[in-house]
Design a protein around this ligand. Structure first.
Ligand code: FAD
Ligand code: EUG
Length: 592
């Protein structure tokens, strides 16, 4: 696993320094490309030797060569750097990756990291594409890959429609598990656009899917967490021992205690509810998480509403708000801009022969070719036929009041339409079709800009116009979608630029950093972001002299005094880190 790179004399010598770990000296190991900050090669070697004793040395990959930073894509994701880098390829890079196999190993690893003051960056699957992937915020951190060996569906409670998962379970794997156990007709899952992510990892970044269970954090129930000092904590009802459970033994190790029977049934337990502070955070490594599954509602019907013009976004959103609040739109439907659907179904060069933004005329041609509108609303109704029919008639009547709107079912579309793909996603079936739009332009790097909007025609139009204008200024195609939550929309805008083109990369970074500031001026903040933009976005959540950041730092320093866990995540820096040195400059010059 770690047979990469030329032997680095100092690094090997340093390893040899500790006689008790001489078995860990492998001549094939070179030194890391990036040492953890403030750490000598000697100290790092000792730390890794200790990690090898805990996890097995074959569970360590040293990042010692630039070659390791080449290649990789969504399905073969890099665990050592950001494949969609917004700075140089080796800017956000790990020193090593460790793959623990058990909760006690994670605890021991965290204790070692404290002893040697080594920053750890936990991931589950590392497919956080567009947000930094698996890469750590602090160069030289050790990535803790929780997904490789800790990947079991621990239990599915058929009666209560819930499950308990380890971090490495992907949406596809959970779906396959239900099929294998013949539960898939009874219990549905919720998936994001792509099925290869971790159910736990996505929830921890507060990701979104598209069934009625689309708000993943809302639908999680109970977490088990290794705290920054190595202690084990179970949230909610998990905090209460349950002597009625088979296998309960007060003397057994904690991680072997069978969980409380209500852990996956009631989120809040007693006292302050802490689950939220472990999301988008640096306060723990999650080792187990409960999720609710959706009982088969008795059937499902997807549909598409197309509207012809840019400004039709306004009436579309005004129509959506009351229906969503009334649960006549019971899931997380999406309003997709034409370029996004065009990208799912083809490469840019299949539509136009020029570079730069697609013209109005060509957008019209694409819409005609694909049977789509400028904005395309993908929804679904759930339930037995009588309920679906009643709901569909309300939906249809409401949307068809918009001049030029069309209402379409999958059978009205050509084969391989986006509606056919969405039909699976909205039913909770994992797919990979949307990977296509990553190839809109060859070898593209993707970066997501994701501000929250009111579900109001005025706000949606304004937010779209602010974004579109900046895309035009940067000479880039606007590609975006609004995912409709219960009372807000996540506006997901994809910034794409060609890999290996520093000029275009700088332009994309200018675009997203400018948009963050533009949106802040309108009171719009992002729900999630790339590791390179976290400082800037934390800075926009500045009510009362940045009290949010200060409170988070107080908590951080209290429970992680050495700042070993994910320093810098979400713009929260432990006191050990000098912000002047670490916070990334958000001021970017316009150089084009
Ligand atoms: P990971 O990379 O494993 O985890 C994400 C982050 O959570 C980590 O960086 C880490 O900070 C934290 N974390 C993970 N595991 C742990 C742990 N055990 N303990 C502590 N912290 C941890 N996202 C959506 O939400 N919805 C979508 O519909 C969607 N569509 C996409 C479409 C495309 C084409 C692309 C390219 C991306 C899309 N994404 C979407 C973004 C992303 O791919 C998914 O959110 C994906 O699930 C995130 O990667 P992951 O599950 O492997 O999480
Ligand atoms: C998408 C959706 C997201 C996200 C990143 C990408 C999908 C784009 C709703 O959240 O965070 C088509």
């Amino acid at each position: 696993m770690a047979t990469i790179g030329k032997l680095s004399a100092t690094f090997a010598d340093n390893l040899k320094l500790d006689a008790s770990h001489t078995e860990n000296v492998e001549s094939a190991w070179g030194g890391p490309l990036a040492l953890p900050p403030g750490t000598s090669g000697e100290k790092f070697a000792k730390f890794l030797a200790g990690v090898g004793d805990v996890c097995g040395k074959s569970e360590i990959t040293l990042v010692s060569s630039q070659d390791q930073l080449k290649g990789g894509w969504y399905l073969e994701q890099s665990k050592v750097h950001d494949m969609h880098s917004i700075y140089d390829e080796d800017f956000f890079v790990a020193s090593a990756v460790v793959t623990p196999s058990s909760v006690p190993q994670v605890q021991a690893l965290v204790r070692l990291a404290n002893e040697y003051e080594i920053p750890l960056w936990p991931i589950s699957i590392g497919r956080n594409v567009g947000y930094g992937g698996a890469a750590p915020r602090v160069r030289g951190s050790v990535v803790v890959d929780m997904g490789k060996n800790m990947n079991k569906v621990l239990s599915v409670d058929e009666d209560s429609a819930s499950c308990l998962l380890e971090p490495g379970v992907t949406y596809s794997e959970l779906y396959d598990y239900l099929i294998e156990h013949n539960l898939h007709e009874k219990l549905w899952i919720d998936v994001p656009d792509l099925g290869g992510g971790s159910v736990v990892g996505n929830c921890l970044d507060r990701g979104v899917g598209y069934t009625p269970y689309g708000d993943h954090f809302m639908m999680h129930c109970g977490m088990e967490i290794v705290l920054p000092n190595g202690e084990l904590y179970r949230t909610g009802m998990g905090a209460m021992p349950d002597p009625t459970q088979p296998g309960f033994d007060p003397d057994a190790p904690l991680h072997e205690q069978p969980p409380n029977k209500c852990w996956q049934l009631f989120n809040y337990g007693f006292g302050p509810y802490l689950d939220g502070i472990f999301t988008q955070s640096s306060l723990g490594i999650v080792t187990k998480m409960g999720m609710w599954l959706m009982p088969n509602p008795g059937g499902f019907q997807s549909y598409l509403v197309t509207v012809p013009n840019e400004e039709d976004l306004h009436p579309l959103v005004e129509t959506i708000r009351p229906l969503r609040l009334q649960n006549i739109l019971p899931n997380v439907p999406t309003i997709r801009y034409i370029t996004l659907d065009a990208a799912v179904l083809g490469h840019k060069k299949q539509y136009v022969s020029y570079e730069g933004p697609i013209t109005e005329e060509d957008k019209r041609a694409i819409e005609k070719k694909l049977q789509l509108g400028r904005w395309n609303f993908y929804g679904a109704v759930y339930g037995p036929p009588v309920i679906r029919d009643a709901m569909l008639s309300v939906v249809k009547e409401a949307f068809l009041k918009i001049p030029g709107a069309k209402f379409l079912l999958p059978e009205d579309m050509k084969e391989n339409s986006v509606l056919h793909i969405r039909s699976k996603t909205l039913r909770g079936i994992p797919t990979y079709d949307e990977l296509n739009w990553l190839d809109w332009e060859p070898n593209g790097v993707h970066l997501f800009f994701a501000p929250i909007s009111k579900v109001s025609g005025d706000d949606a139009m304004k937010q779209y116009e602010v974004s579109k204008r900046r895309f035009e200024e940067a000479g880039m195609d606007f590609i975006g979608t609004f995912t409709v939550g219960m009372r807000e929309m996540h506006h997901i805008v994809s910034v794409v630029f060609p890999r290996g083109n520093p000029k275009k990369r700088d332009r994309a970074v200018w675009l997203i950093r400018t948009l963050i500031d533009d949106c802040a001026k309108h009171g719009w903040g992002e729900y999630r972001t790339h590791i390179g933009l976290m400082d800037q976005i934390q800075g926009t959540y500045s009510f009362n002299d940045n009290i949010q950041r200060k409170l988070n730092e107080t908590i951080k320093n209290a429970i992680d005094p050495k700042g070993i866990l994910a320093p810098g995540k979400s713009g929260i820096w432990p006191s050990k880190y000098d912000k002047k040195q670490w916070v990334l400059d958000s001021k970017v010059e316009k150089k084009f």
